[in-house]
Design a protein around this ligand. Structure first.
Ligand code: MTE
Length: 365
C-alpha cells in the first residue's frame, strides 16, 4: 500500500516540481489498469492550484454567440445531459526525457512516460452548452479561460487555450465535474474543467471560468506561444506568438510500463506490458515488441477497447536471451501511421511530441 501525500497523490510520484505541482506516476502505477486512480494520475500545472468554492463558481459563455450564458454548477447539471466518457489525457511533453537524452532542453521538466493517464470523466457536452448560446458567424474557435496565473508566461497571465469550433461542436468535448465517479479534486480542475479527448492535455483547461466563441484561436500565451512545435534550430527565447506549429491532435505514441527500467529478470519468457494511444478519433491498430533492435518483432495482444478516446493497453510475453537487453515497442494507428524509430530527428527546442520507439533497458540472467 503506497501512502497518499500532497494533493492526494501517491508518495512515490516522480515530482518534477513541488510548486507549481508537477508530478507523474511511476511506470508500475499505470501498468495493467485501464483507469488511472486519481492518486496516480499525472498532474501538470503552470501556476498555483486554485481552491474554488463550487457553490459560488460561475461559467460565462460569450463572444460570437446569439446569447451570453451565465451558469452555476447546478445549472450545468440541470439544463444539460450528463454523460460519462473514458478519456486519456496526454501532455505534449510526455516522454520529453527521451529528447533531453538527445540534447538538453533547459527549463523544461524531464517528463518520462507517465505524463499520460486515463479516467472516466463525467460532465456535459460542450457542444450542448454552445448550442444553448448559439454560435454565430464568423465563429471558428472556442477559447477557454482559467483563473490560475502563471508566472512562466510572458507576460505573466492566467492559463488559457482554445480548440477549433468544429471540435468543440463534435460532442465528445466535456465540461467535466467528476473523475472516476468522484468530484474533481482541486489539482485536476475542481469544480469544472474542460476535457478535450484526443488533443494534447494543454487544451483541457482546468478550473474553467469563461468560454468565448471567436473567429481566431486564443491569444493566450499557452496557445499562441507555448505548446507549439518549433524548428530544431530556433531559439525558444526568441519565439513569439504564432511561431512553429500549433499542437492539437496527439500523434501515435506508446511506452512500456512493465518491467521497470533497469530491471534484472530471469532469461527466458518475460512479461512486457504498456500503453499505446493515438489522438483524435484514430485508434491503435497494432503494437510490436522487439528485443533485437527491431530486426524481429512480435505482435503484442491488445487489451480492452474502451472507445476512441482511451488508450489501448497491450501485453506480450517475449523470449529474452541472457545479457543486457533493450526492449523496444512501437504502435501503429488506424491510419497506418507508426512511431518513428529515433528521437534524434524529433528533437525540438521545447521538447514536445516525443513519439519515437519506446526503449527500456533490462538485464537478463
Ligand atoms: N489548465 C489550467 N487552468 N492550468 C494549467 O496549468 N495545464 C494543462 C491542462 N490544463 C493546465 C490546465 C496541461 S499542459 C495539461 S497536460 C493538463 O491540464 C494536465 O491535466 P492534469 O493536471 O489534470 O493531469
Amino acid at each position: 500500500m503506497v501512502a497518499v501525500g500532497i494533493w492526494a497523490k501517491r508518495d512515490d510520484m516522480i515530482v518534477h516540481q513541488a510548486e507549481p505541482y508537477n508530478a507523474e506516476p511511476v511506470r508500475a502505477a499505470l501498468a495493467g489498469r485501464m483507469l488511472t486512480p486519481v492518486e496516480s494520475f499525472y498532474a501538470r500545472n503552470h501556476g498555483p492550484i486554485p481552491l474554488i468554492d463550487p457553490d459560488t463558481w460561475r461559467l460565462r459563455v460569450d463572444g460570437l454567440v446569439e446569447r451570453d450564458l451565465d451558469l452555476s454548477l447546478a445549472d450545468l447539471r440541470r439544463r444539460f445531459t450528463p454523460r460519462t466518457l473514458t478519456i486519456t489525457l496526454q501532455c505534449a511533453g510526455n516522454r520529453r526525457s527521451g529528447l533531453i537524452g538527445v540534447r538538453d532542453i533547459p527549463g523544461e521538466h524531464p517528463w518520462g512516460p507517465g505524463a499520460t493517464s486515463t479516467a472516466e470523466w463525467t460532465g456535459v457536452s460542450l457542444a450542448e452548452v454552445l448550442r444553448a448560446a448559439g454560435p454565430r458567424d464568423p465563429a471558428a474557435h472556442v477559447a477557454f479561460a482559467a483563473p490560475d496565473v502563471s508566472a512562466l508566461a510572458d507576460p505573466p497571465q492566467p492559463y488559457g487555450g482554445s480548440i477549433p469550433l468544429a471540435k468543440a461542436l463534435a460532442g465528445e468535448v466535456l465540461l467535466a465535474w467528476a473523475m472516476n465517479g468522484q468530484p474533481l479534486p482541486p489539482a485536476h480542475g475542481a469544480p469544472v474543467r474542460i476535457v478535450v479527448p484526443g488533443y494534447i492535455g494543454a487544451r483541457s483547461v482546468k478550473w474553467v471560468q469563461r468560454i468565448t466563441v471567436q473567429d481566431v484561436p486564443s491569444g493566450n500565451y499557452f496557445q499562441a506561444t507555448a505548446y507549439r512545435l518549433l524548428p530544431a534550430e530556433m531559439d525558444p527565447d526568441a519565439a513569439g506568438p504564432g511561431d512553429g506549429l500549433s499542437l492539437g491532435a496527439v500523434a501515435v505514441n506508446a511506452d512500456i510500463l512493465r518491467p521497470c527500467e533497469g530491471a534484472i529478470v530471469s532469461a527466458g519468457p518475460v512479461n512486457v506490458c504498456g500503453y499505446a494511444f493515438a489522438g483524435d478519433d484514430r485508434g491503435i491498430a497494432r503494437v510490436d515488441v522487439s528485443v533485437d533492435d527491431g530486426r524481429h518483432w512480435r505482435q503484442a495482444d491488445l487489451g480492452e477497447d474502451a472507445g476512441p478516446w482511451a488508450w489501448r493497453l497491450w501485453h506480450s510475453v517475449i523470449d529474452v536471451p541472457p545479457g543486457q537487453r533493450e526492449i523496444i515497442a512501437r504502435a501503429w494507428d488506424t491510419c497506418a501511421a507508426v512511431q518513428p524509430e529515433s528521437a534524434v530527428h524529433l528533437w525540438n527546442p521545447k521538447g514536445y511530441v516525443n513519439n519515437s520507439w519506446a526503449r527500456l533497458r533490462i538485464t537478463a540472467r
